[in-house]
Design a protein. Sequence first.
Lengths: 481, 112
Amino acid sequence: MKSRTPYRIGLAVLFAGLFAATGALADAPVVNKGDNAWMLTSTVLVLLMTIPGLALFYGGLVRTKNMLSVLTHVFYTVCIVILIWSFYGYSLAFTGGSPYLGGLSKAFMMGMTTDSTASTFSVGANISELIYFCFQMTFAAITPALIVGAFAERMRFAAVALFIPLWVTLIYFPIAHMVWYWAGPDAIADAAKALAAATDEATKKLAQAKLDEVLADGGQVYLWGAIDFAGGTVVHINAGIAGFVGALMVGKRIGHGKEIMAPHSMVQTMIGTSLLWVGWFGFNAGSNLEASGGAALAMVNSFLATAAAGLSWMFAEWIVKGKPSVLGILSGAVAGLVAVTPASGFSGPMGAIVLGLVVGVICLFFVTVVKHAFDYDDALDVFGVHCVGGIVGAIATGILVAPFLGGTGIMDYATGKIAEYDMWTQLISQGKAVGTTLVWSGFGSAILYKVVDLLVGLRPSPEAEREGLDLTDHGERAYDL
Amino acid sequence: MKIVMAIIKPFKLDEVRDALTAIGVHGMTVTEVKGYGRQKGHTEIYRGTEYAVSFLPKLKVEVAVAASQLDKVIEAISAAAKTGQIGDGKIFVFGLEQAVRIRTGETDAAAL
């Protein structure tokens, strides 16, 4: 990243002003303070999603004896991932290297200062890199926190403590790099400009080579042309399939299907879900990286799809099961948020409503019919809501982005125009993104669970599980009633 | 002396207390309990998983009274706790051998 002399008080302002006036810094990236302000806000909103949003959403769904276990899993995940992100996570995910994983040039935040800038999705619009670092860090933190819901109530804390750092390192960073790393709009636009300005054959050839190089500087999934606005693949499919594999490998809870395992507090689940929705505006609208109309579109879609999905789940359940449940409308809302995540900056508002209506019913089907038919114990439906909802969203994004369906189309930064859109081509790209995530995270997570099982053991003793993980793992009790 | 133990619907507690106070019974012990009798439980559904909840929440009211008061007490509780629906509860009566008020050392009738 290029750096720029910061303005300072007093004489320094004058000197800096003189330098700027003489054009000495004309090409240095300029940070937009409005965008910075929005991204600082978005970053803390995403943290709010995780703690306490996700923690309460999950916590309310387990039995009282495992409440603290779930809260601890989520809070621990946030803390450990924040540190790893600063050591090597950001560098592996968001620097160039190979199309599969970044390099270590920014390990330990090397070279990152208050002057460092990160590009957004508009030519010439930049934000402070330290904010981009924090924003992406909160994504890395919430993703593994989603996983813990699948194996809730029956995984030792020691196993979780080891699994999470391994998982973000070997699964999350590569996927985030493959889907989200690219050279940025400025690099592409500059190279395209140089090519257009080239007059003779030799410079043209050089400029073309440079443009090709810049265009090829991206993650593999990005290079396939797949689009994922805020993390349908990177966050939800990634975590969803990892949770599913975990639920299978650690096995069912003792008494599953025989004993009552009803949620202990729908009130806390409702509070958690509402905090998730509020925080999700940072997640989706923040992923626009600029406080622009694009962020506003992502916000609109995150309202509409969520409301539509909450209603479609609730009414479908009312028709099929006879009662409209609060857990139904809450689960539907989360499914809608998951599905609209990859589409939020690309879909038109009416497209987002259709997406919400569809995903609410599909996730209800997976959670109530498929789960029971195959009899796996995905305790808090991480697979049924996040993985399935994520797949629906990732595929639908390829359709809803279509300009003739009210979508935004996909920007071609080399020409500065919206690119030609072909639905079939886009759907194939989206499918490859989904498949890559499922395979990498599915098999990779299976190996990691096995390793963790061999090293510390995944499962508590049957006595400890019966007693509850709050007391046996943490020596604390959630409620003194 | 007798112990009257009544299992009642939770929302009937205040009416029962008022009725007992009106006939001069001062003091009772209330416990939240679960159980079942003729009233069947209910079903709860969470994301399609159905749980049959067969133990319903009730309150257990215990009062110690003089034998002479027993009929009036049973009558008061019965009238106050009654809705006419299944699940109104039951009243059990036990003999009570001895009672002591800890603060003063008073015994039996004086301790009630």
